[in-house]
Each structure stands twice: as C-alpha cells, then as structure tokens.
Design a protein around this ligand. Structure first.
Ligand SMILES: Cc1ncc(CN)c(N)n1
Length: 247
C-alpha cells in the first residue's frame, strides 16, 4: 500500500520500483475517498449505484482487452510461461463478474440497460481500445493489465481489513476483488509484467523495438491507468470534472 514490497512478492521487480517511485498517485488510486467511504461505512448509496452502473460498462469493454492480451500471449509462443493460462482464468472470472453485476444491479434496482457511460468511463474504454492496437507491445499491455486489476484488488482488500466498517450489503462487492484468490491472480500478472520488463530492459527480447522505449512506454501506461482509475473513482463520488490532464 505504501509502496513497500508485499510479503512473498519478489523484491526488486520493475513494477515494485514504479509503485515506490509513483507512490502518491498509487495511493490516490488505491486509497481513494470513495473506497475509504466504503471502508468506514459512510459511503453514499447513490454513489455506489453510480459506480455499479459505470463499472458494468467498463467490465464489458475490459473483456476484449483481456482477450487481446491472451492473443498476444499465444503469439509469443512461449508455452512454458503459462501466460495464456493466467489470462484464461482472468476471462473466466470476468464471466462470473458480469453475472454478478447483473444480479447486484437488480438487488439495488439499477437498470443496467438504461445506464449511459459518463465521460471518465468513455475515456477509460477508449484507452483500452488504444491498448488493443497491434503496434502495442505485449510488455506494455501486460503493465496495463496488471495495474488495472491490482488497483481494484488493493482498493477492495482495504475495505475487508481488520477494523473496517464496510456495510454488510457492500461486503460481497469488496470480496469480489478483495479476496486472496484475486490477489494471487494479480501477483501472477505482476510476475509476467516483471519478466517481460526485465527482458526488455536487458535487450534480450528478440525483435523488440528499442528496449528502453518499451520500458518507458510501459511506465507511462502504468501511470495512465492510475489516472483513469482516479477519474473513475471521482466520477463515482460525483466529483466529475477534476480529472488530471491526459498526456
Ligand atoms: C474501473 C475498473 N478498473 C478495474 C477493474 C477490475 N477488473 C474494474 N472492474 N473496473
């Protein structure tokens, strides 16, 4: 959370360096007031319902992005890495996630068919589209994939920690991303990203464009994910319009 490497996470991966180097925006994304309001039980239910509708739209756009990373993993042809299996499990959980959104929406009386994407959602989905373009490197796509999943894991796990006062009716939402299994999945994504970054940095990746170009692009992409996540949380709180300028 405060950028310290987590127990069991191998110290010194590139992602570890980024979390430390950019800990302010990382904390901004993983300890957002919206998340803190869920954790202390003061969340405004209309904000939660707004988040629910918008996140459903995001998750539907996230599925093809995950599929695009799976295709990149397949094309890498490095069967021993097990990358494809990690993505397949991710797609499986997204299938459950979409079913959960529909059930949760009906529990709260949110008609998902009537929800229109607000600007932060539109911008975030457009960013996912950009990451699906063929010229985007596997390493850059993996950095985004890990960052997107880990922000939710860190955020919602925080609402489940000792001492939290998360309302019982919101526990299930927090469990969805805050559970240990999802945490393990995020560690798998992190390991793939770190391995790819290590190869790019050492220039040992064949046919990769100028290697430091890939590493710096991956770092910029990591930061852009954090910005989109903060904008998404801001939207959920109704503090739209205060988004950071996009590079
Ligand atoms: C905005 C957002 N970011 C990440 C996740 C986790 N897949 C999500 N459901 N929504």
């Amino acid at each position: 959370m405060d950028g310290k490497s987590k127990p069991g996470v191998p110290y010194g991966g590139m992602t570890d360096t980024w979390v430390k180097k950019h800990r302010l925006i990382y904390i901004g994304a993983t300890r957002h007031p919206f998340i803190l309001s869920i954790r202390d039980g003061t969340v405004d239910l209309s904000a939660f319902k707004r988040w629910l509708g918008q996140d459903y739209i995001f998750v539907r756009a996230f599925v093809p992005f995950v599929a695009s990373v799976l295709i990149r993993a397949y094309k890498k042809g490095d069967e021993s890495s097990g990358d494809m299996e990690v993505m397949l499990s991710g797609l499986g959980s997204l299938n459950d996630e979409i079913a959960w959104f529909k059930q949760e929406a009906s529990k709260w009386g949110v008609d998902l068919s009537q929800v229109a994407p607000e600007k932060p959602t539109q911008h975030y989905c457009r960013f996912l589209e950009e990451l699906m373009r063929p010229e985007v490197d596997y390493t850059v796509a993996m950095a985004a994939f890990w960052a997107i999943e880990t922000v939710y894991q860190e955020s919602f796990a925080h609402c489940l920690e000792e001492g939290s006062k998360t309302p019982p009716e919101l526990q299930e939402a927090c469990q969805r991303w805050g559970n240990d299994g999802f945490g393990h999945y995020c560690s798998s994504l992190r390991n793939i990203a770190d391995r790819q970054l290590e190869k790019a940095a050492s220039g040992s990746e064949p046919l990769v464009k100028v290697s430091e170009d890939v590493v710096s692009k991956a770092e910029v992409t990591f930061l852009r994910v954090l910005e989109y996540e903060v904008d998404f949380w801001n939207m959920s709180c109704g503090t739209a319009g205060h988004s950071a300028p996009k590079p």
